[in-house]
Ligand binder design. Structure first.
Ligand code: C5P
Length: 242
C-alpha cells in the first residue's frame, strides 16, 4: 500500500492526507504532554482510548445537529475527518474553578462558577497559549465578531451536551477545551468542532468521590492515566476491546 502523506504532526495526534479531497485521517498517538510539553511520557493505550472517546462525543454532537469534523471511525487509532482551517484560538468552557483559572483568580479548585464561563486562548505554544480578550481577537483579526458569536454558541451547546452525557454516568465536567475549524461550502463559511474531545482536553471528576478521571492524573502524578480514561470509556459503554 502506498505510504500516506503526512500533513501535520502535533503533540498527541498525526494528520495524514485522506482518501477524498477535503478529508484527513486523524491518528491518535500514545504521547502525553503537559505544561506546554515540559512534562512528557508515552502512555501505552492512551491513543486507542482517546480515539474511541472522541468518536463517541463527536458522533453524539453530530446527531444533535452540532456540526463536527468527525466522519467515521477507521480503526483503533484512526478516524476519517473533514479537513478544516483551524481558528487559531482554544475555546475553554468552565463550570467549576480549576487549573489556570484557580491560579489566575485565586478561586479554590472545585468551586462551582455562577454560570459557565467561556475563555479564549491564542493557539501559540511559544507563548504558552495566552488568554486573550474579544478585543484582541477582533483587533488582530483572528476571528470576526460573527465567528466569535458562533463560537460562543457552539461552545455552550457542547457544554450542555457533554455535561448532560457525563452526568448520566456519574461524572462532572469541570471544564474542557475545544478547537473550531472553518469549512467552506460554496461562498458560505461554516464553523464546526474540530480536533478532539477526550479526557486529554477535559477535566472530569467523579460526582460522588471527586476522583480525577482526566489528564490531571498525568499532570499531577495521581496514578494510572489509562485506568482513569478506561473508567470513563467503561461507564459510557465504549471501552475498546483489548
Ligand atoms: O490549564 P487550564 O485550566 O487553562 O485548562 C482548562 C481546560 O482546557 C482543561 O480541561 C485542559 O485539559 C484543557 N486544555 C487543553 N489544551 C490546552 C490547554 C487547556 O486541552 N492547551
Amino acid at each position: 500500500m502506498a505510504r500516506r502523506k503526512l500533513v501535520y504532526e502535533g503533540k498527541a495526534k498525526i494528520l495524514y492526507e485522506g482518501p477524498e479531497p477535503g478529508t484527513l485521517v486523524q491518528y491518535f498517538k500514545d504521547d502525553a504532554t503537559a505544561f506546554n510539553a515540559e512534562k512528557k511520557d508515552i502512555i501505552e493505550g492512551k491513543g486507542v482510548l482517546n480515539n474511541r472517546l472522541s468518536e463517541f462525543f463527536m458522533t453524539g454532537l453530530n446527531t444533535l445537529g452540532i456540526p463536527t469534523h468527525f466522519i467515521k471511525s477507521l480503526n483503533m487509532r484512526e478516524q476519517l475527518i473533514r479537513a478544516v482551517e483551524i481558528v487559531p484560538l482554544e475555546v475553554i468552557v468552565r463550570n467549576y474553578a480549576a487549573g489556570t483559572m484557580s491560579k489566575r483568580l485565586g478561586i479554590e479548585e472545585g468551586t462551582a462558577l455562577p454560570r459557565p464561563i467561556v475563555e479564549f486562548c491564542l493557539k501559540d505554544d511559544s507563548l504558552g497559549d495566552p488568554l486573550v480578550s474579544e478585543e484582541h481577537i477582533i483587533a488582530f483579526n483572528w476571528a470576526s465578531q460573527q465567528d466569535l458569536d458562533d463560537m460562543l454558541a457552539l461552545a455552550l451547546r457542547v457544554n450542555d451536551f457533554l455535561s448532560g452525557v457525563m452526568y448520566g454516568v456519574g461524572i462532572r465536567v469541570a471544564d474542557f477545551k475545544i478547537e473550531i475549524g472553518r469549512v467552506y461550502e460554496g461562498d458560505y463559511q461554516r464553523l464546526i468542532i474540530a480536533d478532539e474531545i477526550s479526557p486529554d482536553s477535559c477535566r472530569l471528576w467523579d460526582l460522588k468521590t471527586g476522583e480525577k478521571l482526566d489528564k490531571d492524573v498525568f499532570r499531577r502524578d495521581l496514578g494510572s492515566l489509562t485506568d482513569a480514561y478506561a473508567e470513563v470509556a467503561r461507564r459510557l459503554g465504549v471501552l475498546p476491546e483489548n
